[in-house]
Design a binder for this molecule. Structure first.
Ligand SMILES: [Zn+2]
Length: 416
């Protein structure tokens, strides 16, 4: 091997040159064959085939690349590490070709730089995890202190408002097995919801808590707690487990309260409770019927924003007909709105809004023409909530809530 004109190298009887920007370091016996491996001709093609080099050097053909590597270290400066500038070893010609096609614009960082970057990321993650654990512990300590279960006043059921009594009973009767704490609203199964979707259940439970009937159970799921922007410890009502006011261990405490609630609703009611029962009837039936309206509308691909006009129309129907018959009216109104949309080509929202006038109009016609409106059964997609069954079935002893006419419900209240 001898250097000839600038950049030119002769090896194994031919003259070539190294590919541009490839640096080689060669040492050892028989290095000429190793250099020859990397030489290209004027048009950039490899000067020798691997087989020719193996034959010259007396190597087994399949070991050419390996033997060359032992003699020559080649580094490609077009694929220098963008962070530290280090050049990594090129292992073979095909490696060089691959680098120059793949990495012509953005060579990857070298192994050391990648390791360092990975360590930095891991370090940041460890720090973030430690910080998160510290925050969790701090929150847990705050919760344990702030919501420690203390003995509080016993529950005086008959002094409470009927709406709260029913809401509390519905919540406690589906508490866990040993009645240790209530099920967070977010965990009630869809097959047996706490309240109709249209009713603000979180607000109802929040009222029970605010007026002292419920205490936060400190062993609620950790995500039930958090800090306000002012740094005050607070709860997310939907995720919180509660225990009823009273003293002693929570299981027996809740059990005592549950017995007292059942007893109180079975006793004759006060005038206040009977008046409240009429309001609660309207509130619960309206929420349930609005859930059904929403279900029917979405079934026909409509989106209905429930406003005051909708609430009034459905509430008026409920003043005259059983819940099941109002389902009948709602079902027909939604179907007719869908047909109207198909037939007339009016905008979808206009067709959706027309459902309210249909409920209103059908209520009028059903009354004037004395329609015999068949009460619908419940839709399997809309199971009766525990709040409704607690009030109508348990408290008012109304067997078939869907078929009960308004005057029957009024008579059930009057009989309490
Ligand atoms: Zn590097």
């Amino acid at each position: 091997m001898t250097d000839t004109a600038a950049g030119q190298v002769s090896a194994l009887g031919r003259v070539g040159r190294l590919p541009e920007l490839l640096e080689v370091e060669a040492t050892g016996e028989g290095v000429e064959a190793g250099i020859a491996y990397w030489l290209v001709d004027d048009s950039g093609r490899w000067l020798f085939t691997a087989a020719e080099i193996a034959r010259h050097a007396g190597w087994p053909a399949h070991e050419t690349a390996k033997r060359v590597r032992a003699l020559v270290t080649a580094r490609d400066s077009t694929s220098a590490c963008p962070s530290c500038g280090a050049l990594t070893e090129v292992t073979s010609r095909s490696d060089l070709t691959a680098r120059r096609s793949r990495y012509s614009y953005a060579p990857p960082a070298c192994g050391d730089c990648r390791r360092r970057a990975a360590e930095e990321i891991a370090e940041q993650r460890r720090a973030a995890e430690a910080e998160e654990a510290r925050r969790r512990n701090e929150l847990a300590a705050d919760v344990a202190e702030h919501f420690a279960l203390r003995d509080t006043e016993p529950l005086h059921v008959t002094e409470q408002d009927l709406r709260h009594v029913i809401a509390l009973l519905a919540l406690l009767r589906r508490a866990d097995h040993d009645l240790v704490r209530t099920l967070p609203l977010a965990e009630w199964p869809a097959s047996e919801p706490y309240a109709p979707i249209s009713l603000d259940a979180a607000e109802l439970v929040r009222q029970l808590w605010r007026c002292g009937l419920l205490r936060v159970h400190p062993a609620s799921p950790p995500d039930a707690f958090g800090y306000t922007p002012d740094g005050e410890l607070g709860i997310f009502v939907e995720k919180t487990s509660f225990v009823v006011t009273g003293s002693g261990p929570t299981g027996p405490r809740n059990a005592t309260a549950l017995r007292a609630l059942y007893a109180a609703i079975a006793e004759p009611w006060t005038e206040d409770w009977r008046a409240a029962a009429a309001d609660l009837t309207s509130e619960l039936l309206l929420a349930d019927a609005l859930d059904y309206l929403d279900l029917q509308m979405s079934e026909h691909g409509f989106e209905l924003k429930v406003g005051e006009r909708t609430r009034l129309a459905v509430a008026r129907a409920l003043e005259h007909f059983s819940l099941g018959s109002v389902y009948n009216i709602v079902n027909r109104a939604a179907r007719n709105s869908a047909a109207y949309y198909q037939r007339s080509g009016v905008p979808k929202q206009q067709a959706a809004n027309s459902v309210v006038s249909r409920v209103d109009g059908d209520t009028d016609r059903a009354l004037a023409e004395k329609w015999d409106l068949k009460p619908y059964r419940r839709d399997w997609r809309l199971p009766m909530s525990v709040l409704l069954s607690t009030f109508f079935v348990t408290a008012l002893s109304v067997g078939d809530v869907m078929a009960a006419k308004p005057e029957e419900l009024a008579a059930a209240i009057a009989a309490k």
